[in-house]
Write a protein that binds this ligand. Structure first.
Ligand SMILES: Nc1ncnc2c1ncn2[C@@H]1O[C@H](COP(=O)(O)O)[C@@H](OP(=O)(O)O)[C@H]1O
Ligand SMILES: [Mg+2]
Ligand SMILES: [Mg+2]
Ligand SMILES: [Mg+2]
Length: 331
C-alpha cells in the first residue's frame, strides 16, 4: 500500500490527464493504481475465486494513441511492484489484463472486491484530498473496507489549517464488520480505534460535502444545514476522505446530492460506508434506506446520500425531507 500510494503521488507530476467518455478525468495514476491493487490481490488470493469490480477499464489504452500512456503506466507499475519485492516485471499486456480483471458486475452472490483506484481524481489533480478505496462484498453486503488518504493529516481537520497538509504521511482507515474502525499513519504507526462524533446538537455539528459543486448540490445542502441550525460553514473536500474524516469525528454530517440523472457507483461508497458504520455512524439515502451494494456496479438510491451518527440521523433525515419538499414545490 505505502509504496503504491507514494508512487501514485509522484506520478502526478508526469501524468497526462485524459478525459473519459463521461468527460471525467483519468490519469496514469488511476490506471496504475488499479493495475497494482488488482495484480497484488490476485497474487495473494490465488487459491480462491477472484472477482473485482473496479472503476477503470483498458479501452482507451488499447487504442493506437494510448500506447505511450500504456508504456508509462507499465513502467510505473513495475517500479511500484519492485519496491514490494515482486520479481519479474509485467508486460504491457499483463498491465492491460490486470486493469481489465476489474470488469466484474458484483451482485448479491459470493464475494467481490470493489476498488476505486483513485477516488477524487479532481482533488488529486488539484493537490487536494483523494483516496484509494477498497471494499469487500460478501453476499451483497460490505464486510471489509480500507481507505488510504495520502493527503489527510492524522490530526483532526477541525483543528488543522488545511494548508499544512503537504509533506505529511497521510492516513489509512480500515474496518471489518463487527470489529470497529481503525486508523493509522500511512507510514505505519500503531493503529488506533476511531469513533464518530457523539454530538446530538446540530448547532455544534459541522458537515462535509464534495468540493465539486458538479458532484453535489451545494445550494440544497446549505438549505438543509440552515434548517438544522448548523453554524459552521461546510467543509468541502474531495473523495471518500470525507467518510474517513467523519469516522473519527472531524465533523458530524456528510451530505451528497448529485444533480438529476446521475447514478452513484458502488466503488465511490463501499469502503467509506463500512468505515463509517463500524465507527458508529449511519449511512442512508434520502428516504432513510441503507445503501444496497448487491445490485451490480451501480447503487440505486433515492435522491442522495446522508451520513451522521445514530442520535442525529432522525433530525437530519427530517431536515433533508422537508428541504427536498420545499425545493420541489418552488420549482
Ligand atoms: N455528476 C456527478 N455527480 C456526482 N458524482 C459524480 C459526478 N461525476 C463524477 N462523480 C463521482 O464523484 C466522485 C468524486 O466524489 P467527490 O466529489 O466526493 O470527490 C468521482 O470519483 P472518481 O474521482 O473516482 O472518478 C465520480 O465517481
Ligand atoms: Mg473517475
Ligand atoms: Mg470515485
Ligand atoms: Mg476513481
Amino acid at each position: 500500500w505505502n509504496s503504491c500510494v507514494q508512487k501514485v503521488q509522484k506520478a502526478l507530476l508526469q501524468s497526462d490527464v485524459h478525459a473519459k467518455s463521461d468527460k471525467s478525468p483519468v490519469t496514469v495514476a488511476d490506471y496504475g493504481s488499479q493495475a497494482v491493487v488488482s495484480f497484488v490481490l490476485q497474487k495473494e488470493l490465488s487459491s480462491s475465486p477472484f472477482s473485482l469490480v473496479a472503476e477503470e477499464d483498458s479501452g482507451d489504452l488499447r487504442k493506437e494513441d494510448g500506447q505511450e500512456t500504456l508504456q508509462r503506466i507499465t513502467k510505473l507499475v513495475n517500479e511500484t511492484l519492485a519496491n514490494g519485492g515482486t520479481a519479474s516485471p509485467l508486460s504491457d499486456q499483463d498491465v492491460l489484463a490486470a486493469i481489465d480483471s476489474g470488469k466484474s458486475e458484483g451482485g448479491s452472490l459470493g464475494q467481490h472486491w470493489v476498488l476505486d483506484p483513485i477516488d477524487g481524481t479532481k482533488g488529486f489533480l488539484r493537490g487536494d484530498q483523494y483516496a484509494i478505496a477498497l471494499g469487500l462484498l460478501d453476499e451483497g453486503k460490505v464486510v471489509l473496507g480500507v481507505l488510504a488518504c495520502p493527503n489527510l493529516p492524522l490530526q483532526s481537520l477541525a483543528c488543522h489549517d488545511q494548508h499544512t497538509i503537504q509533506g505529511k504521511a497521510g492516513c489509512l482507515f480500515f474496518a471489518q464488520v463487527g470489529t470497529g474502525t481503525y486508523m493509522q499513519s500511512l507510514d505505519g504507526s500503531e493503529p488506533r480505534k476511531v469513533h464518530v462524533s457523539s454530538t446530538e446538537n446540530p448547532e455544534e455539528a459541522s458537515f462535509f460535502e464534495s468540493y465539486e459543486a458538479a458532484h453535489s448540490m451545494h445550494d440544497l445542502t446549505s438549505l438543509i444545514a440552515k434548517k438544522l441550525g448548523v453554524k459552521a460553514p461546510p467543509v468541502r473536500i474531495d473523495s471518500q476522505a470525507k467518510y474517513g474524516a467523519l469516522s473519527r469525528g472531524d465533523g458530524a454530517i456528510y451530505m451528497r446530492f448529485p444533480h438529476r440523472g446521475y447514478r452513484e457507483k458502488i466503488w465511490d461508497h463501499a469502503a467509506g460506508s463500512v468505515v463509517v458504520t463500524e465507527a458508529g455512524g449511519v449511512v442512508t439515502d434520502a428516504a432513510g434506506k441503507p445503501l444496497d451494494f448487491s445490485r451490480g456496479r451501480y447503487l440505486d438510491l433515492d435522491t442522495g446520500i446522508i451520513v451522521t451518527n445514530q442520535k442525529l440521523m432522525p433530525t437530519l433525515l427530517n431536515a433533508v425531507q422537508e428541504s427536498l419538499k420545499e425545493k420541489a414545490s418552488s420549482l
